[in-house]
Design a protein around this ligand. Structure first.
Ligand code: FAD
Length: 439
């Protein structure tokens, strides 16, 4: 039997599925949602697809660009200027360029000099290891100062990692800063970010079509409940049916891996996996009559605000593509036990309204033409000291069972680029085993 089952039709699962079908294997892909794409899935606004969670790529996302070219979509990526800001000390500031740093009021000149010089130094470092044994909070306090931690980085890390913020390793921040630096200097014109005409879902759709053309089968709205094994053959149990496969790839978050295959794993492996933490995300999209801020990306460095970022998509992609509507994502990373995480959309918007008015006093609830709300239980892996040793292997302790998850991406942070790169990598690992006749 040469059938391979893949749990999860996110970009990692789809990339692996494509590579396996290209080598002549029959692949079945199971996805709990009605549509493929995972965190990169889309909805429609004014007849135009839009990501449920805001998405762009950086010029350093070379795996994404190469893959898009392979899929015939290379020319569809637009590199457009983006404007970044920060809400700090009760007002909006432009941020992200040397000139804007000089104008940034909440920091003193000495803080700005330390910030600027240490950022340049970080961007030039190539070896991740020195940053793996120190927390971002200790490093920033030491090299940029307490004020910069309290004003800029602390609020941002708390927003993204909640009560884990002080435990995040510097390697996570270093990689972000160094990649962002690369993204700026290569374009030579400030920061340009990449977006796919018609949204990133086009790559997902192209992948699905190619996998189907290669003989792959999709089982959408078919959540895998359990994976069992008997004599080297796997059973994939869903609510509808049970399927057989010689190999199984779980291309999904760690908690889903544990839920479907945890009982098969070695005890120490299961324990190590269950220690890995990730914040969830709630993302509210407001379709607005007017623009809220002049920025595409607005970081919120204010613990009083109930959200961490305002991403005004139509300050980056022209609003006329969406029937003239202004599209605002309100981003909020939370652990899933936070009361706001599972609160209904209306309650969340009610909570946000007065804070949107602080950002722009002219804002009024009547500006909201429509709204959408999405949750992701597993959105941002928490990278702590010594993370390299905790990265789960792609070959699990069960022969024939593989894992490809955001938690494996290191030292870079999660992103479509790495979902593709790691999907490719896991397929290579599986093909190596198949070539050796294992399975
Ligand atoms: C708020 C937010 C903003 C982001 N912004 C960007 C950005 O600007 N640029 C960028 O490049 N990336 C961004 N990302 C990250 C990017 O979306 C992800 O890194 C990438 O899509 C992950 O792909 P994946 O296949 O690894 O995982 P996922 O997309 O999580 O896919 C896993 C799939 O497995 C399915 N699944 C899980 N368990 C089961 C089961 N038991 N049975 C069946 N199906 C199952 C899930 O439904 C899901 O579809 C963002 C993510 C978030 C949350």
């Amino acid at each position: 039997m040469n059938e391979i089952a893949i749990v999860g039709a996110g970009l990692a699962g789809l990339t692996a599925a494509l590579r396996l079908t290209q080598e002549g294997y029959r692949v079945r892909i199971f996805e709990r949602y009605p549509r493929p794409g995972g965190l990169a899935r889309a909805l429609e606004i004014g007849g135009e697809p839009l990501e449920a969670f805001y998405h762009h790529i950086f010029t350093t996302d070379t795996d994404y660009v190469a893959f898009a070219e392979e899929m015939g979509l290379g020319d569809e990526i637009e590199w457009l200027p983006s404007k970044m800001g920060i809400w700090a000390d009760g007002r909006l500031w432009e941020f992200g360029t040397p000139a804007s740093l000089l104008r940034f009021g909440p920091l003193r000149l000495i803080d700005k000099i330390r910030f600027g010089l240490s950022t340049l130094w970080l961007q030039r470092q190539r070896d991740p290891r020195p940053f793996e044994s120190v927390t971002a909070s200790d490093w920033i306090r030491r090299y940029q100062g307490e004020r910069t931690w309290k004003t800029v980085w602390g609020p941002l890390l708390y927003q993204k990692f909640a009560d884990e913020a002080e435990n995040v390793a510097m390697v996570w921040l270093w990689r972000k800063v160094s990649l962002r630096g690369g993204s700026r200097s290569r374009s030579g014109m400030g920061e340009r970010l990449g977006y796919m005409r018609g949204s990133f879902i086009r790559l997902v759709e192209t992948l699905v079509a190619k996998i189907e053309a290669g003989g792959g089968t999709f089982h959408l709205t078919e959540e895998v409940r359990r994976v069992e094994t008997d004599g080297g053959i796997f059973s994939i149990v869903t609510r509808r049916d049970t399927y057989r496969a010689s190999k199984v790839l779980v291309a999904a978050p760690i908690p889903d891996h544990l839920a479907v295959a945890g009982q098969l794993l070695a005890d120490d492996e299961r324990t190590a996996l269950s220690r890995l933490r990730a914040t969830g995300a709630i993302c509210t999209i407001l379709e607005l009559e007017n623009s809220l801020t002049p920025f595409y990306w607005l970081n919120i460095a204010d613990p009083e605000m109930p959200f961490g970022g305002l991403i005004e998509h139509t300050n980056y992609i022209p609003a006329d593509r969406y029937g003239g509507r202004r599209l605002l994502y309100i981003s909020n990373y939370l652990f899933t036990d936070h009361p706001l995480y599972s609160a209904p959309k209306s309650e969340i918007i009610e909570t946000y309204l007065p804070h949107l008015k602080r950002v722009n006093p002219a804002f009024d609830a009547s500006w909201i033409l429509s709204s959408h709300h999405f949750r992701a239980d597993y959105a941002q892996p928490v990278v702590t000291i010594g993370y390299r040793e905790q990265i789960p292997p792609m070959r699990t302790s069960v022969r024939g069972l593989y894992l490809c998850s955001m938690a494996q991406i290191f030292p870079e942070d999660r992103g479509q680029n790495y979902a593709i790169a790691y999907g490719d990598k896991v397929a290579k690992v599986m093909l190596e085993d198949l070539d050796r006749g294992e399975g």
